[in-house]
Design a protein around this ligand. Structure first.
Ligand code: GLN
Length: 308
């Protein structure tokens, strides 16, 4: 197949771009090897193609938000989730302390306020941190097709630097959006962000979204189709934070980024995509990752608004 050669070409085209910087709010991310780069395509027919450092693990960070939103919908029901979390792009930074004016809901599940709320709905509003973590780890592992683990170093470091997320948790509690202990919800959210993955895991997880919730390899229906539609819609409008508009026009498939430098994309009916490169821009999106996705979209004709 010519695809791996092509993916190498995409990597090497993006490599000279030295823009951005590794996230520096915790040591583990600040010390990331910024020379590492990887890309993986997981087709809905089960074929997987990758290039670069495709076995390098990093914390999933905010990419977990898309999948935990799907789990919350499964565990609490879509109506309950919609009553607690909006679906409007916020145009704010990912860790903004903000709620919708009339409903008190977080604007969407892709910013921290919405993600902490989604986390609190996993299993049940009275579940423990361990129960929610186990549920999320099992679900993400099933999507990836291998057992995933929490990076305890990342988890501990993020806990020490959690003032802002704790503030968001207390804001949600005060607004009546979460009913559990806010610290428990925030710790659980931070733990979900500290799950380690590589680009092959992420591409497979996105491929499930691209394949209407059916795992391309096991052929099991893992996520109900109605949840997939909900998740991909919110990824399209909110997945790249305050860069969502730029992203939709220049790349044109639903996506989600994480502060460790990964991006996932899912083109329905075709492919799950994952890129990794640690240097991120001021909006929190990987600089080379965005460049690679733009190139892929342009050269492979992946923009969802293009009639093919
Ligand atoms: N753990 C990070 C946080 O909540 C994740 C943020 C991200 O990936 N954008 O601040």
């Amino acid at each position: 197949s010519p695809i791996p050669d092509y993916l190498h070409h995409v990597l090497e085209t993006a490599r000279p771009n030295e823009g951005g910087a590794a996230a520096d709010y915790i040591e583990t991310l600040a010390n990331a090897d910024t020379s590492k780069m990887a890309i993986c395509l997981s087709m809905v027919d089960g074929n997987v193609y990758s290039a670069g450092d495709d076995k390098i693990e990093f914390s999933i960070q905010s990419i977990s938000k898309a999948f935990v939103y799907a789990i919350a919908i499964e565990d609490a029901g879509l109506d309950q989730v919609l009553s607690k979390i909006g679906v409007e792009p916020s145009g704010d930074r990912f860790n903004q302390l903000s709620l919708e004016r009339n409903t008190n809901r977080p604007m969407n599940p892709m910013i921290n306020a919405g993600a902490i709320t989604a986390h609190s709905l996993v299993v049940s509003p009275t579940a423990t941190l361990d129960q929610r973590t186990e549920r999320i780890l099992n679900a993400l592992s099933r999507l990836a097709g291998r057992q995933l683990h929490v990076d305890e170093e990342v988890y501990q470091a993020e806990l020490k630097d959690a003032d802002r997320n704790m503030a968001i948790g207390y804001m949600l509690k005060a607004a009546g959006i979460i009913t559990c202990d806010p610290q428990e919800a925030v710790r659980g959210y931070i733990r979900q962000c500290a799950i380690n993955v590589n680009v092959q895991d992420l591409a497979m997880m996105s491929a499930v979204l691209a394949n209407a919730g059916v795992h391309p390899v096991s052929n099991e229906q893992i996520i109900p189709q109605t949840s997939v539609r909900q998740v991909l819609s919110v990824m399209t409008t909110c997945g790249m934070y305050d860069a969502a508009g730029d992203w939709v026009s220049s790349v044109g498939f639903p996506a989600k980024s994480g502060v460790a430098g990964a991006i996932i994309g899912a083109l329905p009916g075709q492919v799950g995509i994952a890129t990794f490169s640690p240097k991120i821009d001021e909006r929190g999106n990987s600089v080379r990752g965005v460049a690679m996705c733009q190139q892929l979209s342009r050269e492979m004709g992946l923009h969802m608004m293009d009639a093919s």
